[in-house]
Design a protein around this ligand. Structure first.
Ligand SMILES: Nc1ncnc2c1ncn2[C@@H]1O[C@H](COP(=O)(O)OP(=O)(O)OP(=O)(O)O)[C@@H](O)[C@H]1O
Length: 507
């Protein structure tokens, strides 16, 4: 059968980059290879089943379009992954989830009660389960559960709200820093020893701070080690939607089979269980059954267990049995590392000054950093030239040139400071470290941070090619003096007034 030409394959990747830059990743180049082109079907080989599933579900159209553009034929792309050499090669990652986080409207409790089958005998109604009493055995990940143990075709469709593991969300692509060290280390430990390290692992924190990333990284790491692991990765919404749908359809046996016969249960946004009494009860029994049989449970939430409103005490206590780890806002250094890693993953080169500008301007979370990188990529495609600071400012929604009329410039600051402290600009820009020069220099840097939109890198560069950490230190020193030196705030106030006069802000 005809093999797709590698030169043509390179062209496919080029077309993709040209037309669909936001979806392109470095691993497209490293891991994908062309297979046969047969009867209008172009096979593209992936390195892992996760890549295959992701591409098939998320990137089929762009690849098909690129293949058609290159061949000039009505070609359709198809992703294939060489099966592993055992009888059951397809990992069962049931990634069902709803897309949004809209609150679920539960049907009347009475309706649910009427339809609910009796609780299975091994799901104790009382909170009598003591973790210490049953030391978990390691779970047998290589146990290959046959698919025909699952409900027959025609049964409830658990895949209808599909969520896909993204190859981007692996441990390799996760930047660990002081804000997420424990959560990261625990996630790695769970991936290495599911069911024994920390069970359950409960990761909580604000939006866009990497909870989902860590959950998906655990799944992918376990699947890489053992593709036969039965993983159920769902959002809490999906759990609740499916629970209600199964109650209404009289298919609770299927629901329980589906949720209680997995090696690893991963639920994103478990805080949505708040106020859902019946869902909480069902989850309680699901949890118990999995835990008792040493299956790993991983949960994410926007709050620690005890702060989830109206969550039953018995669930709060269970969520704390293993490890509760938090993720918080990344520091400047971590943000810089995240921007670099995300850009690299997209095969996108960014100068250091631009990386720092993005890290400064987008402080809250990694999702914002990612948004900024996408905006930059779009800007670059429009302007068709390498990214620089002016382009980065535009992409971040700032004026391309930092200082404008009526805005403070570095010159305004330098004029005010050199006059007040009787120093020269050349002194401020020199390497000299006399107190009489260091202090005005630090004040200049502080005022530049307060009054201009220049990046730390730019400010450091202007004042004698110093790096961003020197600027950060200077700002700290000045802030400290403002708090602790009685005579200092009036000096800064006077400088600011002078700058305002010079810029026309005060007449
Ligand atoms: N430490 C990190 N290193 C690399 N990427 C990160 C990190 N933290 C977050 N991200 C990235 O930021 C984006 C948002 O992260 P994620 O979806 O995991 O957030 P989340 O905490 O689950 O937020 P939400 O509660 O809103 O769902 C993802 O693309 C993720 O890869």
């Amino acid at each position: 059968m005809p093999q797709f030409d590698t030169t043509q394959w390179q062209k496919v990747l080029e077309v993709l980059k040209e037309r669909h830059a936001p979806i392109c990743r470095q691993w497209f180049y490293d891991d994908l290879s062309p297979g046969q082109l047969n009867n209008g079907l172009l096979e593209i080989h992936t390195a892992t089943p996760v890549q295959q599933n992701y591409l098939q579900k998320r990137c089929l159209e762009p690849f098909t379009e690129a293949a058609q553009a290159v061949t000039g034929q009505l070609v359709a792309a198809r992703f294939v992954c060489e099966p592993v050499s055992t009888e059951d090669s397809s990992p069962s990652v049931d990634a069902s989830s709803s897309n949004g986080h809209a609150p679920l409207v539960e049907p009347e409790l009475a309706d649910l009660e009427a339809n609910l089958p009796p609780t299975p005998p091994n799901s104790t109604e009382q909170d009598a389960f003591t973790p210490a009493a049953s030391k978990p055995e390691p779970i047998q990940l290589n146990k290959s559960r046959s698919h025909d143990a699952r409900p027959a075709t025609g049964s409830f469709d658990f895949d209808n709200e599909s969520m896909v593991l993204s190859p981007d969300n692996s441990f390799d692509h996760f930047i660990s820093g002081p804000n997420n060290q424990l959560a990261y280390a625990a996630a790695v430990a769970v991936a290495n020893q599911p069911g024994t390290a920390y069970n359950p692992l409960f990761i909580h924190g604000g939006v866009g701070l990497g909870k989902t990333h860590l959950l998906q990284a655990i799944c992918q790491s376990i699947l890489t080690k053992n593709p036969h692991t039965q993983i159920l990765y769902v959002s809490c919404d999906a759990f609740m939607n499916q629970f209600i749908a199964c109650v209404q359809a009289g298919k609770m046996d299927e629901f329980r089979h589906h949720y209680r016969h997995v090696d690893l249960l991963v639920i994103d946004d478990i805080h949505f269980l708040a106020n859902r009494e019946r869902s909480q009860e069902e989850f309680f029994h699901t949890f118990n059954e999995l835990y008792q049989s040493n299956r790993q449970i991983v949960l994410s939430s926007d709050a620690p267990p005890h702060e989830i409103p109206h969550l039953e005490d018995r669930l709060v206590s269970r969520f704390q049995w293993g490890l509760v780890a938090t993720v918080s806002k990344p520091s400047f250094e971590t943000r810089v590392a995240i921007v670099k890693a995300k850009a690299k993953m997209r095969g996108f080169e960014l100068p250091d000054a631009v990386v720092e500008l993005v890290a400064q301007r987008r402080e809250s979370n990694a999702r914002e950093l990612e948004g900024a990188i996408k905006a930059l990529q779009a800007q670059q495609m429009i302007q068709k030239r390498p990214v620089d600071l002016a382009m980065a400012r535009q992409a971040l929604g700032e004026p391309a040139v930092a200082p404008q009329a009526n805005q403070t410039t570095l010159q305004h600051i330098v004029d005010a400071v050199t006059r007040y402290y009787n120093v020269k600009l050349s002194d401020l820009q020199s390497r000299r470290r006399f107190k009489s020069i260091v202090e005005p220099r630090q004040i200049c840097m502080y005022l530049a941070r307060e009054r201009t939109r220049f990046s730390l890198e730019e400010i450091g560069g202007f004042f004698g090619g110093r790096d961003h950490t020197t600027v950060m230190h200077s700002v700290d020193v000045v802030e400290n003096r403002l708090q602790n030196e009685a005579g200092f705030p009036p000096q800064i106030k006077q400088l600011l007034e002078e700058i305002d006069r010079a810029t026309g802000a005060v007449t």
